[in-house]
Design a protein around this ligand. Structure first.
Ligand SMILES: [Zn+2]
Length: 433
């Protein structure tokens, strides 16, 4: 008798032409004349992607619906329709001039897995719903005061009522609510109503996504099982204030040099990183913007002011908190010694999301059974999965190896690797438990 692994592997291979065709159609029809693809959150490209996936799902006889926020649901009915359902999803928007795979791969993998389960003539024990999530790339599309991941947070009841006015689309200058209405959805029907997704009715959430870093690609491993989604602590507008002075006439020990002081802070954080990394803990950091004022600075002036940003991320909550303390303490110490002042501002904090241990074990077991090599990996970028974790739903993520990073036109996932990820997904969904 054929094993589940054999059945699923063959059925996913049989369903791959469908995946390929959807990827190609999506790339062609959302191509940006300036390069890559553009699928604006609650804009043209995203609307198109939702329409394409809905049509594809209808052709497969899946049940298709949308919630008042415009998230798309494509369901393969299970034997027990009252049992908590599987949710599989990712987003269908992209950054401007982005790649074709970030987001869309997860939705297409879900639909392909359902097609494979149909091919294999398996009726799942419970409903499986593939979700096309709206507005995940909010860092690129929306400014103003909002909590990001707008589509999934609407579906899960995590959005604040004022975000519909306060989140402003960067290209139009108009609020989220207006863009939703233009796409045929209703902010009033979301605001203050019970969430569309009831966590008690969900067995678990699975999201396949391309890896946004180079780890899998470098190691030649097709699939990663995500351990956690890194939280961050950020100082977007930090400054170091010293005193401008003549660079020849001012003795070194009397200077209030803002560049040297900031450089020392960066060195100190790098030193701390080495310590934390050597202890086997998860940490990355970045001083992404650092500049002197071009209107005042000069070759022959001691720099009196530096503006900079800090972005610290870790999958471990205690590491993020410890690094916040470290930066504050170090800045005080350097300021006192170098006679400068740090105005760091307040840390913007997002908590790490730890993915479900049971589901991660399942995915490792699946890789073993299917002969797929894999490793544990932390996610540096944020994902809708973290909102499901916040809503109390067990969630897990499958990363697929991808070259050239993401949020760029050059992102490059091989369809062979995507097929392995989709097998793993379909295998878990087709199991009885
Ligand atoms: Zn993404």
């Amino acid at each position: 008798m054929e094993s589940l692994e054999q059945k699923i592997s063959a059925a996913v291979t049989e369903a791959m032409p469908l995946a390929k065709s959807v990827f190609e159609t999506l790339a062609r029809d959302t191509a940006d004349p300036a390069g890559g693809v553009t699928r604006a959150s609650y804009g043209e490209g995203e609307q198109y992607a939702h329409g394409l996936l809905a049509r594809t799902a209808r052709e497969l006889d899946l049940e298709v619906s949308a919630d008042p926020g415009g998230n798309l649901y494509m369901t393969l009915p299970g034997r027990d329709r009252t049992a908590p359902a599987w949710f599989v999803g990712s987003h269908l928007d992209s950054v401007p001039k982005g790649g074709n795979f970030d987001g869309a791969a997860g939705v297409i993998a879900g639909v392909t897995a359902l097609r494979a389960i149909q091919h294999a003539q398996i009726t799942p024990a419970r409903d499986i719903t593939v979700m096309g999530v709206r507005a995940e790339e909010t860092g690129s599309w929306f400014s103003g005061s909002h909590g990001g991941h707008l589509g999934s947070r609407m579906a899960l009841g995590l959005i604040r009522p004022e975000e519909f006015e306060q989140a402003i689309r960067v290209d139009s200058g108009r609020p989220l609510g207006e863009h939703m209405r233009e796409c045929g959805f209703d902010p009033e029907a979301v605001r203050g109503k019970p969430p569309h997704i009831d966590p008690r009715r969900v067995k678990g959430y699975l999201e396949l996504h391309i890896e946004q870093g180079p780890v899998l690609e470098r190691r030649g491993i097709p699939i990663g099982v995500v351990t956690s989604i890194r939280g961050s602590s950020r100082l977007p507008d930090a400054r170091c204030l010293g005193a401008y002075n003549h660079s020849g006439g001012t003795p070194q020990e009397l200077r209030q040099d803002a560049v040297v002081a900031t450089a020392e802070l960066i060195q100190a954080v790098d030193g701390k990183w080495q310590e934390v990394n050597a202890a086997g803990k998860d940490l990355v950091f970045n001083f992404g913007r650092i500049y002197t004022d071009a209107k005042i600075h000069s070759l022959a002036k001691v720099p009196g002011e530096v503006s900079f940003s800090v972005d610290i991320r870790s999958g471990e909550p205690d590491v993020v908190a410890m690094m916040r303390e470290f930066v504050l303490r170090k800045a005080d110490e350097i300021a006192a010694r170098r006679n400068v002042r740090f105005e760091l501002g307040r840390f913007g904090v997002s908590d790490p999301a730890v993915l479900d241990a049971g589901l991660r074990r399942d995915l490792h077991a699946g890789c073993h059974a299917l002969g797929i090599s894999t490793l544990d990996i932390a996610s540096g970028g944020g994902h809708d999965a973290q909102e499901f974790v916040k809503a109390g739903i067990p969630a897990a993520m499958i990363f697929v190896s991808n070259d050239h990073g993401s949020h760029v036109a050059e992102e490059a996932m091989r369809l062979d690797d995507f097929e392995l990820g989709t097998r793993l997904l379909a295998w878990r969904l087709a199991r009885e438990d």
